[in-house]
Design a binder for this molecule. Sequence first.
Ligand SMILES: [Fe+2]
Ligand SMILES: [Fe+2]
Length: 377
Amino acid sequence: MSIDEKSNSELIGRDELNDIEAILAITNTDVDEVEHIVKNNADSIFTWDYTLARPALRKLYEKAKTGQWNGATDLEWDTDVDVEKSVFEDSQILGSGMEQALYADTSLGKWGDKEWLEFGIEGRKWQLSQFLHGEQGALICTAKITETVPWYDAKLYASTQVVDEARHVEVFARYLEEKMGGGYQVNTHLRLLLDDIINDSRWDMTYLGMQIMVEGLALAAFGFLHATTNEPLLKKLLRYVMSDEARHVAFGVLSLQEVYKEMSDKEMKDRQEFAYEASVRMRDRFLQQEVWDRMGVNTKEIAPAMLQDPSRQLFQQMLFSKIVPNCKKLGLLDRNDKWLRHKFEEMGVIQFEDWQDTGEEFTEFELGKEMPALGQQ
Ligand SMILES: [Fe+2]
Ligand SMILES: [Fe+2]
């Protein structure tokens, strides 16, 4: 039986993955918005079966109880953070994240050190802000999973993740406010993805969207920033957050493995499409449109060069280093004639398929242990 093949425009709203006009057409039209309402269409499920049915999830629950930390007292908030100095020092090692020569014919061609530094500072504010908004998405999604997952062991675990996410929102919000002088609104591509995840009535989709896609990307991004920044407070904050995130991604992998084993091709196809749409939305936000707006640069002018920029491509690809192996472990890559594999090939991220998945990896991220080196994580 063949399953309907959807076109790219049905899936992601455009035919060409790199259609810059279409990507930039999605922008935040209400930057002063303080409240955003999303319809949560799911059923809340009670279970009266309190027996231990899933020991792996219960083990994770025990780990979560002993892995708790306090965002107010475990981090040295009196650290004096010199943002300019710290971004400058980090850029001495990493560069600006862009091949500056590629932009010689654009308005960036006139930029001096001062402008590139300012761009570095805005870029960091923007990145930490998107982490913050994603963390709030995780807070809401795990509260939803606690209600909607039918399994007792999973409800127990999910409740601990709610507390973890509250702490993550707390520390990122505080860092941005106290140390960076405020941040950015949510990027619209990210917000649309969070909306889609919360909107979906199927409980396993919350896991796929949040634990596998959003948190998979976050774990890679936190790892990269943790390994490359010299700012001690931020480094420690990320280290602590990562010790929780690794458990969260494991929670997703363990739970979905069981559900996906039983699914039909058609059901799996829906999940593959959802994973693809989420991947594209996450990739689209990396044009950092809001930063360019603030810097007075027209994103359209520089976007073609950004899409070709090898430094940026490398960074973007690295962000999929957790997502792809986890999708493989869940059987999402190769079902339905390798549908998702082909999509990840088009996106240039398939090379991560045999990197370590996150099913058991969380033990390596526990506090007090040496962090695994980048690339082995
Ligand atoms: Fe988190
Ligand atoms: Fe998380």
